[in-house]
Design a protein around this ligand. Structure first.
Ligand SMILES: [Zn+2]
Length: 133
């Protein structure tokens, strides 16, 4: 009886370690997942570039025109083309100036690039304009 219990315990342990391994592999694959422009498929950024700004990765904001945008913050977005001069007008991140980020391939508006006075920068990209496939 003791032997059977010990064996059952061992099997449980093995199953648990298998589950952990699979999860880690899946997480790694997701971290490397490329995010593309929803309009033309150009590579914009990747999930690995996700970062937290003002305590969250995702934010929902309304612009002065009443349009609501659900954005995610990314350290870098090599597939974006900057447009316009940096301005702090109606900025969603206090202390950060912004300009527009367009898809470098099709020029679709994908979000904004932010730059703070200390020189740090990040991208706020509209999440439903990025797709992974
Ligand atoms: Zn595009």
């Amino acid at each position: 009886m003791l032997f059977v219990e010990a064996l059952a315990f061992k099997e449980d342990e093995e199953r648990e370690s298998e589950v952990v391994t699979t999860t880690q592999e899946e997480e790694q694959a997701e971290e490397e997942e490329v995010l593309h422009c929803f309009n033309c498929g150009n590579d914009i950024t990747s999930k690995r570039q996700r970062m937290t700004v003002q305590d969250a990765h995702e934010h929902t904001f309304m612009n002065p025109g009443g349009f609501v945008f659900h954005i995610g913050c990314f350290r870098d977005a090599p597939g974006c083309l900057p447009a316009g001069d940096y301005t702090e007008a109606a900025t969603w991140f206090p202390g950060c100036a912004w300009n527009y980020s367009l898809c470098a391939s099709c020029h679709m508006h994908l979000g904004w690039a932010y730059r703070s006075a200390d020189g740090s920068s990040f991208y706020g990209l509209i999440l439903d304009r990025l797709v992974s496939f």
